[in-house]
Ligand binder design. Structure first.
Ligand code: PLP
Length: 402
């Protein structure tokens, strides 16, 4: 009965599949099962001490009140400096906003611009939340499949073909969750040229993993390589992943003034501002020494290399090498149609992932959740021991298929 009292914006969306997968792992562990968990979407490192100290200092100094809606000057200046020096984005302070996580900014940006009849182009595989954020705001996600043959990336041709006069956004995520692939500067420039031809289209670039980077080519942002998109591009980033600060909830964005003003206006009615303490810590993260980021990226790289090597040794599975982030997105096409020792046919990547959970005690997320099958996502935000043990168990489970 209660669901009849809920708005369609709630009943039409799903609980995030990665949150659901993490809950399943917790439930199984509570039942006493040992699970090797490869579903984790956050760093397994602790927030560096110097950043924690900045938060403690903010509390001690009474920096515990509302801040400006769009974030403290200190944090926005830190973001401005970071975007300018690292990515070549030149942006006035009033074009930068701060929110309680990148996720909140992405959602509020949609809320500010999407309504019934609005289309949002979402290249697949996509981060699980994008389509639901569109639907929650009454819009229509237009899913554009970007297969492994095109490196899991949106091509200018596919973008051009997907644009209609109802298109409001195209969402880019580089490096990507779930594949880890990143766009090169040239690829971004080619996409920017298409977007430029359609002034009604905005591009939302989610660059939350851009410091967790392994590729030989340099990290680029669409606004850095195509400054002519200043009135059409929203670049979203945050401290969650790079600085192991997921619980502090700070994200930020740079974009056109009309959009940043709209985001701020909505935020003024939603939450007033993000936590003052977390903003102080995030400013310290961006302006302080970057040694912790470099050290963690080194560890993530070792894990990526090892997981990539081990998965590719398993007959029936294959995996491309991620440019960044802490995920791998192996294909399981070679096991579809096979039969488990219990006589059940593996019809889909969901069947495969459930088989791995039951048979091998390995938790991962099926590709269907990210809109491109048959794949599964594994996270390397866990120890090398867990990664090696999990790959061994996956290999044994796959060997048991007939
Ligand atoms: N964007 C992507 C692609 C993500 O994977 C995540 C977290 O999983 C987020 C945004 C959310 O980041 P935040 O913690 O800043 O809200």
């Amino acid at each position: 009965m209660t669901h009849q009292k809920l708005a369609t914006r709630v009943t039409s969306i799903r609980v995030s599949p990665s949150v659901a997968a993490a809950q399943k792992v917790r439930d199984l562990k509570a039942q006493g099962r040992e699970i090797l968990n490869l579903t984790v979407g956050e760093p397994d490192f602790d927030t560096p001490d110097s950043i924690k100290a900045a938060g403690v200092q903010a509390i001690a100094e009474g920096d515990t009140k509302y801040t400006p809606v769009n974030g403290t000057d200190a944090l926005r200046k830190a973001v401005q400096h970071d975007f300018s020096t690292r990515l070549g984005i030149d942006c006035a302070l009033d074009r930068i906003c701060v929110g309680s996580g990148a996720k909140q900014i992405l959602f509020v940006a949609m809320m500010a611009t999407v309504e019934a009849g609005t289309e949002v182009i979402v290249p697949a595989p996509y981060w699980v939340s994008y389509p639901d954020m569109v639907v929650a705001n009454g819009g229509t996600p237009v899913i554009v499949p970007c297969g492994e043959d095109v490196g899991f990336k949106l091509t200018p041709e596919a973008l051009e073909a997907a644009i209609t006069d109802k298109t409001r956004w195209v969402i880019l995520n580089s490096p990507s969750n779930p594949t880890g692939v990143a766009y090169t500067g040239d690829e971004l420039r080619a996409l920017a040229a298409v977007i430029r031809r359609h002034p009604q289209v905005l591009v939302m670039c989610d660059e939350i993993y851009d410091r967790i980077w392994y590729a030989d080519f340099r990290t680029e942002s669409i606004l850095g390589v195509a400054p002519e998109l200043a009135e059409q591009a929203l670049v979203v980033n945050g401290v969650s992943k790079s600085y192991a600060m997921t619980g502090w909830r700070i994200g930020y964005a740079a974009g056109p003034k009309f959009l940043i003003d709209a985001i701020n206006k909505l935020q003024s009615q939603m939450s007033s501002c993000p936590s003052s303490i977390s903003q102080a810590a995030a400013a310290a993260a961006l302006t302080g020494p970057q040694g912790s980021v470099n050290a963690t990226v080194k560890v993530y790289r070792q894990r990526r290399d090892r997981a990539h090597e081990l998965i590719n040794q398993i007959p029936g599975l294959s995996c491309s090498l991620p440019d960044g982030a802490f995920y791998l997105y192996p294909s399981c096409a070679g096991v579809i149609g096979k039969t488990t020792p219990d006589g059940k046919r593996i019809e889909s990547d969901l069947d495969f992932v459930l088989y791995l959970l039951e048979q091998a005690g390995v938790a991962s997320v099926h590709g269907g959740a990210y809109g491109l099958e048959p794949y599964f996502r594994i996270s390397t935000a866990t120890s090398m021991e867990v990664i090696e043990a999990a790959c061994q168990k996956i290999a044994e489970a796959v060997a048991g298929l007939r």
